[in-house]
Ligand binder design. Structure first.
Ligand code: UDX
Ligand code: ADP
Length: 464
């Protein structure tokens, strides 16, 4: 079975970059990415390739090479579904905000809508690939809808979880540690479908790195991988607090521990807390699944990773208030960084949102700068929390276009995203511009303490 036409439903952080790389590496396959958001599709089609809606290093060049050749972005979802032999579902699966499983389970509403649309439109056999992060056993639900409401065409359902990290998406896609494909490998048709997707990836990835499993293992592996990664961050963050009390330095501890080859050095960078669309959502999914099988100890174990992360964000904000003589009311606090990590414009679950929300509750005046995030997004993120009125968020928070505007006349500055450009700011000038004592809070261990103290800052960093 040779794949000629791929359709991807969802032109977001996962669908967009993944399809761009598939199209670049497989020039003989037509790849159409569709989305109901016409603004997003228009941005993907923008004549100036630097205006695509997702900022990822290297992505615009990949899009430039393939777009119009065999990579297309469209709002005509039905046509793309009908023409495709293989359909990737890459729509968002946020945590439920209502009903059963509220605040914990993934909301599969968008996935179900896609499945029903595929069932309605398809007139030829399709391979349907789950790309969104999903709770275990979603494939079963997909199959149920497709088999019972379809036009009698045959479906194979594959799970092909995405392991790309934002900010390094293009590299991760070009050179993945592994590709995981789950399918009905015990049946001939299932094995053929798996093989068809293996062939796509084998255009640029060694076959030894393409793992094939049954669907459930694939779905659970994705949740497990993210849970393990998040757990490492919470583990080191828990020790950052102990380091602050005891005089140990968390970076030194992380280095010493990470040099043990059994542990390894990655994901041990202490921070103001992990964010992103995946970690918390996947942990919550895991907790929810465990609870639904009555595995309360398993659920509690993983829930603690989230509790620790919430604590880290809160204690960072509380420390700002405490240090500024127990009040930030009416004080200008400069915030450098809003994205959940550097090299992305994604702000979902970013620690900055929660830190600033805390400071706003303490009546601070906050000024924000992020190299890739605009004012509209900052306000949308704060409004989404529903802590105060939209008018008050706009009255208390100002978003500016340069780091120097953040720091002018500020009582304190907090670094919340580890953007490289923050390292090379003119910190002496910033010091001169700030009110004294000039407090600097480093939530990313980005800045050099000795240098900053020499300039005159009162310097606080996570974990030392
Ligand atoms: C993650 C997984 O890495 C990826 O495999 C999966 O497909 C999606 O979820 P992503 O959320 O894009 O990717 O970013 P990641 O690099 O994992 O960082 C997540 C959060 O943890 C960020 O807020 C980051 O700043 C934080 N982090 C990461 C730390 O605080 N310390 C670390 O050592 C590593
Ligand atoms: P992710 O990080 O998982 O890629 P995003 O929110 O960035 O998540 O992208 C998901 C995209 O899926 C959004 O652009 C959204 O408009 C799109 N989408 C959701 N439901 C549908 C649907 N039924 N048909 C087409 N596109 C959809």
């Amino acid at each position: 079975m040779k794949i000629k036409n791929i359709c991807c439903i969802g032109a977001g952080y996962v669908g967009g970059p993944t399809m761009a790389v598939i199209a670049q590496k497989c020039p003989e396959i037509n790849v159409t990415v569709v989305d109901i958001n016409d603004k997003r599709i228009a941005a993907w089609n923008d004549d100036n390739v630097d205006n695509i809606p997702i900022y990822e290093p290297g992505l615009s060049r990949v899009v430039e090479e393939a777009r119009g050749r065999n990579l297309f972005f469209s709002t005509d979802v039905e046509k793309a579904i009908d023409q495709a032999d293989m359909i990737f579902i890459s729509v968002n699966t946020p945590t439920k905000t209502y009903g059963i499983g509220k605040g914990m389970a993934a909301d599969l509403k968008f996935i179900e809508l896609c499945a029903r649309q595929i069932a309605r439109v398809a007139t030829t056999d399709k391979i349907v690939v789950e790309k969104s992060t999903l709770p275990v056993r979603t494939a079963e639900a997909l199959r149920n809808i497709l088999d019972n409401t379809g036009n009698g065409v045959k479906y194979q359902i594959l799970s092909n979880p995405e392991f790309l990290a934002e900010g390094t998406a293009v590299d991760d896609l070009m050179n993945p540690d592994r590709v995981l494909i789950g399918g009905d490998i015990d049946t001939t048709e299932g094995a053929e479908a798996v093989e068809a997707l293996v062939d796509v990836y084998a255009h640029w990835i060694d076959r030894e790195r393409i793992l094939t499993t049954n669907v459930w293992s694939s779905e659970l592996s994705k949740l497990t991988a993210n849970a393990f990664l998040a757990q490492r961050v919470s583990s080191i963050n828990s020790l950052s607090e102990l380091c602050e009390k005891t005089g140990a330095d968390v970076n030194e501890v992380a280095k010493a521990v990470g040099m043990d080859s059994r542990i390894g050095p990655k994901f041990l960078q202490s921070s103001v807390g992990f964010g992103g669309s995946c970690f918390q959502k996947d942990l919550l999914n895991l907790v929810y699944i465990a609870k639904s099988y009555g595995l309360n100890e398993v659920a509690d174990y993983w829930e603690q990773v989230i509790i620790m992360n919430d604590h880290q964000k809160k204690r960072f904000a509380a420390n700002i208030v405490k240090t500024l003589f127990n009040t930030v009311s009416g004080k200008k606090i400069g915030v450098l960084g809003w994205a959940f990590k550097k090299d992305t414009n994604d702000t979902r679950e970013s620690a900055a949102i929660y830190v600033v929300d805390y400071l706003l509750n303490e009546q601070a005046d906050v000024v924000v700068y992020d190299p890739k995030v605009n004012a509209e997004q900052v306000y949308a993120d704060l409004d989404h929390l529903n802590t105060r009125s939209e008018a008050e968020n706009r009255a208390r928070v100002t978003v500016v276009n340069s780091a120097m505007d953040v720091t002018k006349d500020a009582h304190a500055v907090a670094v919340l995203t580890e953007w490289d450009e923050f390292k090379s700011l003119d910190w002496s000038l910033i010091y001169d511009d700030m009110l004294k004592p000039a407090f600097l809070f480093d939530g990313r261990r980005l800045l050099n303490r000795a240098e900053k103290e020499k300039i005159g800052f009162e310097f606080y960093a996570i974990g030392s």
